[in-house]
Design a protein around this ligand. Structure first.
Ligand SMILES: *[C@@H]1O[C@H](CO)[C@@H](O)[C@H](O)[C@H]1NC(C)=O
Ligand SMILES: *[C@@H]1O[C@H](CO)[C@@H](O)[C@H](O)[C@H]1NC(C)=O
Ligand SMILES: *[C@@H]1O[C@H](CO)[C@@H](O)[C@H](O)[C@H]1NC(C)=O
Ligand SMILES: *[C@@H]1O[C@H](CO)[C@@H](O)[C@H](O)[C@H]1NC(C)=O
Length: 280
């Protein structure tokens, strides 16, 4: 390939990527629905070498066998009590353009960003001091059969709501899908305190009456904003229940799956970003 050819190819790639960015109104801030289709059809429509340079971003793998229930980390994603989203958290510390042998990014983000897990030290100082960090969370709880349930859309998760769900004894992992998913809250930049979560009595009912050890929810906290600390205290007191927050539960049928969640081994951290998938 001559230098001119390679230059032209680079231009074409840049052009295609620009068009792609324009065609996707908010590429950095994907809409809740239809993302999979729009991004994959773009890449499968043509087999030209320029298109090969457009990465495929998926929600589902293996023909539906693996469903990604984690959200992408990007600057416009919601961040706790921020109107402006997460903001700039990732940058190139070393770049090939500036003479480095490789591109090397660095990042800085709150441990409770996006799809993440809470460790007991999050709301209990003595657990924090004793070292109950995310590295001590039980991977046996974070991986195994799980139930995805829809909760009534007109209430927060109270004891009454928990009772009405009739979750059988023996079920250890439940992902609660709420109005938060319908409202697409995880796709909105501004933090919204009106999200649905557990009220204290709902958390207490779960602890008293079920075998649930993994509690998953579709916004940044399992606890409703009005009962933020009381609900967390109830869940984390026994050090057995693991809270997975900010899950992406769009376009998934309710039912039984195998859930797989893996936090980073951040020693001393009471929270960690977590990658979660469902397998059929
Ligand atoms: C990153 O690396 C690629 C080569 O792999 C290079 O073309 C690109 O310019 C680099 N990006 C920056 C910002 O330096
Ligand atoms: C490369 O270095 C220049 C000059 O120091 C700086 O202005 C520019 O931001 C750097 N580019 C990247 C991608 O780091
Ligand atoms: C849930 O509670 C929040 C306050 O924490 C409130 O703003 C919201 O309206 C409640 N949602 C429903 C559906 O009742
Ligand atoms: C949970 O159990 C305790 C004592 O066993 C009881 O006092 C409390 O009312 C129960 N709460 C709920 C919501 O079931």
């Amino acid at each position: 390939m001559t230098q001119l050819q390679s230059f032209l190819l680079t231009c074409t790639v840049a052009h295609v990527m620009l068009l792609f960015a324009l065609a996707t109104p908010d590429a950095a801030y994907p809409p809740p629905y239809g993302l999979d289709q729009s991004w994959t059809t773009t890449t499968t429509a043509s087999a030209s070498s320029a298109d090969d340079l457009i990465p495929v971003r998926r929600e589902v793998y293996g023909g539906g066998r693996i469903i990604d229930i984690s959200h992408r980390y990007h600057s416009e994603m919601p961040s706790w009590e921020s109107d402006d989203g997460l903001g700039h958290f990732l940058w190139l510390a070393k770049t090939m353009k500036n003479g480095s042998l490789s591109n090397n990014s660095e990042m800085k983000l709150p441990a409770h960003t996006g799809t993440h897990v809470d460790a007991p030290g999050h709301v209990y100082d003595h657990y924090f001091d004793a070292g109950f960090d995310v590295d001590t969370l039980d991977l046996d709880v974070l991986n195994g059969p799980a139930l995805l349930v829809d909760v009534p859309r007109d209430k927060n998760i109270t004891a009454e709501v928990m009772k009405s769900l009739h979750i059988p004894k023996g079920v250890r992992r439940v992902l609660f899908r709420t109005l938060n998913t319908d409202r697409g809250l995880m796709y909105k930049k501004a933090f919204d305190t009106s999200y649905v979560g557990f009220m204290k009595d709902g958390a207490q009912w779960l602890v008293n009456n079920t075998d649930i050890k993994l509690v998953g929810i579709d916004y940044l906290s399992v606890a409703a904003f009005d009962d933020l600390i009381p609900s967390h205290l109830v869940f984390l007191e026994g050090k057995e229940i693991i809270l997975v927050e900010g899950l992406k539960l769009d376009d998934v049928q309710p039912g039984i799956y195998s859930v797989h969640c893996l936090p980073l081994r951040l020693v001393g951290a009471e929270g960690s970003p977590i990658r979660c998938i469902l397998m059929k």
